[in-house]
Design a protein. Structure first.
Length: 687
């Protein structure tokens, strides 16, 4: 329980104890946590002083493993060369080559040699605070996850599943009345039916199955498939009670045929397991819909009619059809505005439909209009559990004069009217740095990380001379070779050089050595001297990770990476938890990824968390440069909604913006009342 609480809220539960712990014993606990980069608030320290020595020891046994895993300190990260970094900087290329050959031929782990003692760490990042929390605050984690109006990451789903597994049917009291995002509901429904079966769970699910696609998603979730429906699912046998529940929900939709035709092949496969023929007399509409799909009977689909109108240049007819479906209207608005339809009519229809469009979609549309036509490249991140980037030149015709500004104003006004119904915020101050952080609108493919960041977000690099990248992994079913690389690009996205297993030094970067086998776990590091890189014309450092032996990360027991900031690389151990700024788990079905980029000119780390496509002959950075370059451009031209705009709309609707932080009743900042890293709260209360 405290593991989830610490990771999501930086809080833990601890009851008042029996007393007896000395100040020295409490200080020892503080020291242990400080080594991991964390500190306790005065309230938490006061609670520790109420514990007995045995209770204090138990508390430390709970806190230390959870906090260590957050930074990567639960593993021993030792480089191939035991004298890294000083030894690698001193030796000649010939000796580095000889060392590497010894490792490649003998698979001898050179770090097993005893390294020289290292001097104490000089410098470090500010400690992260850990506070006391209540049971109500912990259970609110479940409520906020279920209330999210946007997709959840796998970590989010795992935590939600933990609540259901622990609380069983009692979890129902923690769930919101409405679960706005259908994918999240499908996962939740399947977990309830599997882990907390019974009349209460069945009633909860049945009441919220409104469309045929809702039913399909629940069936997919039950079979542990992709609830976004981006990838097909291998269905399996369903219990009779679940078959009956799903078929009855289909019948309650009226005529589900049109909705089922959107996923025709999926429904054909699912029908083989639901056996709708067993209920043909009691559920005639459902039986008829399955027959229509199986026999390919003629049926006029809504989207087909819209596409036909648009292709024939009948934009006004398409507009009339789409007006009945506000969400579809919002998604196709750009197309409508350049289809020949009357611009004023299109905008008027948007104004009428906006109150019925989901807030995240309105926010996306607002940002789309703001950035329309300003970038030469269109970048797409297709829906699904695997994050991939696709790009193309923007060849769309320009929008009519004034249409983008008018559309943006309509979206902003609709959002303000919706937000005004929520509790007042009073005077508000918003940190301008939040313009660089993206709103959490799509997290389904997000990796587990120390700080929850949305793809495209930028955080300031610390005032440190060096950044040390790190990677740790252990073998899967066979020998596994994972490679850490840093590709250097200039400000025009031109490739300059790479630091990787085949080029250990250059342009102010140094690699710790390539490890090709990790039966007991292995680590690689790259040191980057930022001022020297800037002097030599490097604009971007793209950090990429490649599975040279081509196992996807999901097949490995564990694999994670991140970066540290160091003022002096010749002090402390190669890995120091106190200096870790970000850490990300690699567990996707990919074998190449780009977790983040360093923008040296702007002094920022850019969170990417995206896979690199293609099937190169050799899985390394040199053969992935086109994919890496595309992602660099995607991040530079990113048009996703930012947190500043979201919070500004709330402040305008629910309070008043002030220019001085000291005047504000509500502060939106990293250390304010609403933190940009408290993603659960932002999704549940501000979207």
């Amino acid at each position: 329980m405290n593991g989830i609480f610490l990771r999501r809220r930086h809080k833990f539960q601890l009851k008042p104890g029996d007393g007896g712990a000395s100040a020295v014993q409490v200080a020892m606990v503080q020291r242990e946590l400080e080594q991991l980069g964390f500190a306790l608030t005065p309230q938490a320290l006061e609670r520790l002083h109420t514990q007995s020595p045995a209770q204090l020891a138990q508390c430390l046994r709970e806190l230390r493993p959870a906090l260590a895993k957050m930074t990567g300190a639960h593993r021993t990260l030792r480089p191939l060369f035991p004298d890294f970094p000083a030894g690698v900087l001193r030796v000649e290329e010939a000796e580095l080559y000889q060392r590497a050959m010894l490792h490649y031929v003998t698979r001898l782990q050179l770090h097993e040699r005893q390294p020289e003692p290292t001097p104490p760490l000089r410098g470090g990042r500010a400690l992260r605070l850990i506070d006391l929390g209540s049971r109500e605050e912990f259970e609110a984690v479940c409520t906020r996850l279920a209330a999210s109006p946007t997709s959840l990451s796998q970590q989010d789903k795992d935590d939600l599943g933990w609540f259901i597994g622990q609380y069983r049917e009692h979890v129902l009291r923690m769930l919101p009345k409405e679960i706005p995002f259908k994918e999240n509901f499908a996962y939740l429904a399947a977990a309830l039916l599997r882990r907390a079966p019974g009349p209460l769970s069945e009633a909860f699910v049945r009441e919220r199955l409104a469309t045929a696609t809702d039913v399909l998603r629940v069936a997919v979730a039950w079979c542990e498939g992709d609830v976004s429906l981006a990838e097909p699912t291998r269905f399996r046998r369903f219990p009779r009670a679940l078959r009956r529940l799903l078929l009855q929900a289909l019948e309650a939709c009226g005529d589900p045929t049109e909705d089922m035709l959107r996923w025709q092949e999926r429904w054909k496969r699912l029908g083989e397991y639901l056996h709708p023929g067993d209920y043909r007399e009691r559920l005639p509409a459902t039986w008829n819909a399955f027959q229509t799909l199986r026999e390919d009977r003629a049926f006029e689909r809504f989207n087909s009619a819209v596409e036909r109108d648009l292709a024939a240049g009948r934009g006004d007819d398409a507009l009339l059809r789409l007006s009945a479906r506000p969400g579809e209207l919002a998604r196709r608005l750009d197309h409508l505005l350049r289809s020949g339809a009357d611009t004023d009519q299109v905008l008027q229809r948007l104004r009428s439909a906006a109150p019925r469009v989901a807030a995240p979609l309105l926010l996306r549309l607002h940002s789309h209009f703001r950035h329309r036509g300003r970038a030469p490249l269109r970048v797409f991140f297709p829906k699904g559990d695997t994050a991939r980037a696709w790009g193309t030149r923007d060849r769309r015709a320009p929008l009519p004069d004034g249409a983008a500004d008018a559309g943006m104003a309509i979206c902003a006004q609709a959002l303000r009217e919706r937000f005004a119904e929520r509790a007042p915020l009073g005077d508000c101050w918003i940190d301008p740095a939040l313009r660089e952080l993206r709103a959490p609108l799509a997290q389904r493919a997000a990796s587990r990380s120390l700080r929850t960041l949305t793809r495209g977000s930028r955080v300031a690099l610390p005032d440190a001379r060096f950044v040390r990248l790190f990677l740790w992994w252990t073998n899967g079913r066979s020998r596994t070779d994972i490679d850490l690389s840093a590709a250097f690009f200039d400000r025009e996205f031109g490739f300059v050089d790479t630091i990787s297993y085949y080029n250990l030094r250059g342009y102010g970067g140094h690699h710790s050595g390539d490890i090709v086998d990790a039966p007991k776990g292995a680590a690689e590091f790259i040191d980057l001297e930022l001022p020297l890189l800037r002097e030599r014309g490097i604009g971007y450092v793209a950090v990429s990770i490649h599975s040279y032996t081509e196992q996807p990360y999901c097949d490995l027991p564990e694999c994670f990476a991140g970066w540290m900031a160091r003022s002096d690389i010749d002090s402390g151990e190669p890995f120091e938890a106190r200096t870790v700024h970000d850490r990300v788990d690699l567990a996707s079905r990919q074998n190449s990824c780009l977790p983040f980029v360093l923008d040296l000119e702007r002094g920022q780390a850019v969170w990417c968390d995206v896979g690199i496509g293609g099937n190169p002959r050799w899985n390394n950075a040199a053969n992935q440069l086109s994919g890496i370059s595309l992602i660099l451009r995607a991040m530079e031209y990113d048009a996703s909604p930012d947190l500043y705009t979201l919070f500004e709309l709330h402040a305008q609707a629910r309070g008043r913006l002030v220019s001085e932080r000291a005047q504000a009743a509500t502060v939106f900042a990293v250390d304010g009342d609403v933190s940009p890293f408290d993603v659960d709260r932002i999704r549940a209360e501000f979207l």
